[in-house]
Design a protein around this ligand. Structure first.
Ligand code: G3P
Ligand code: MG
Length: 338
């Protein structure tokens, strides 16, 4: 598969050409594929004048399920087979840090119920808990929400007064901001023990805090962009600052961070047998897709089907090119190369 890509893509140029596609607002909106997306990917799959297969990856700040499961859904939505080897989501990069917490209790936030527990365990985390596990253990942790029957049946039981959490990973967008911010503030101020005494910063165990998606907003199928994990991070930091007088130090992954684009380049090299391609990134969010691609030295194409609204003035990060949609973006990029 990648040999064919190498052969075809490097036949037209050296270094070979490759694309990186954002998903929400570019290929998909809400649950539906954008019409332009299917034709754009079909062209890269070989439906073009030269009959060339052009390699591409999907690079999203989304997530909330396993890469395999998301690729199954995307393949159905887009009408082409998306292989997990060409798919990077917000928390995929955590595969490279899980070993550091292999035997420590970690709190995993975001996604539906305990869907992410299995994903985190598949990455190499072995003591994975969710905020619903904690609420199921003691309802008074957050008296304003009662677990549904379904949520109760999927919790992992533990006596959290005996557990000291080493880290909090916000894998995907939290569904219950109040519960999650409350549990984060309890864990951090007590050095990792839910319900433990709040200790001074200098005397307590540090609890590592990792966010996987900086997006303040993202484009679903509503007319206006929706609040993303970046908004949740701001909400947590504002509450934590009101409680303690300072923000809490954290690690940030996801577009536009260097870590995520370096990880994407490694994936692209793997697909091109070590060769670093010339990459065209197609995205809808200047703050994440365009900023990150520009910083990585990629060509960036900003489309008008997502977060960015051309009626509200120029983008905060200047793309190499602007296009109406992903099909026009692919056509323009190939016209530069072929
Ligand atoms: O939760 C997903 C959203 O933040 C953005 O997704 O595909 O536009 O990077 P995407
Ligand atoms: Mg997007």
């Amino acid at each position: 598969h990648s040999q064919r890509h190498l052969h075809s893509s490097s036949r037209i140029r050296n270094p070979p050409l490759a694309f990186a596609f954002d998903i929400d607002g570019v290929l998909i909106r809400g649950g539906e594929a954008l019409p332009a997306a299917k034709e754009a990917l079909s062209i890269l799959e070989g439906n073009n004048t030269l009959g060339l297969k052009i390699p591409y990856i999907l690079l999203t700040n989304g997530g909330g399920m396993s890469e395999v499961e998301r690729c199954r859904k995307l393949s159905k939505q887009l009408g082409v087979r998306i292989d997990p080897a060409q798919y990077i989501q917000a928390h995929t990069v955590l595969k490279s840090v899980a070993h550091k917490y292999a035997n420590a209790p970690v709190l995993v936030l975001g996604g539906k119920g305990n869907t992410l527990r299995a994903v985190a365990e598949s990455y190499g985390f072995n003591q994975v808990y969710t905020s619903l596990d904690i609420l199921s253990w003691n309802q008074s942790v957050w008296p304003l929400y009662n677990l549904t029957q379904g949520e109760h049946s999927s919790v992992k039981n533990a006596d959290f007064s005996q557990l000291s959490f080493a880290a909090i990973f916000v894998f995907h967008d939290p569904r219950n901001w109040g519960l999650d911010i409350q549990v984060m503030c309890d864990l951090i101020q007590s050095g990792g023990v839910v319900g433990g005494p709040y200790l001074a910063d200098s005397t307590r165990n540090p609890v590592d805090l990792v966010f996987c998606n900086p997006d303040l907003i993202w484009r679903s199928d509503f007319e206006r962009p929706r609040l993303g994990q970046g908004a949740f991070k701001d909400a947590f930091q504002a509450v934590f600052k009101s409680l303690t007088g300072s923000n809490y130090p954290h690690i940030l992954y996801g577009k536009p961070t260097d870590a995520t684009y370096s990880f994407a380049e490694m994936v692209l090299r793997d697909r091109l047998r070590g060769q670093l391609p010339s990459v065209y990134m197609v995205g809808d969010n200047p703050e994440s897709d365009i900023a990150g691609a520009n910083k990585a030295g990629w060509q960036s194409v900003l489309v008008h089907t997502g977060v960015y609204d051309p009626h509200r003035g120029p983008p905060t990060h200047r793309p190499t090119h602007e296009a109406r949609d992903v099909l026009q973006a692919v056509r323009w990029a190939l016209a530069q190369e072929l």
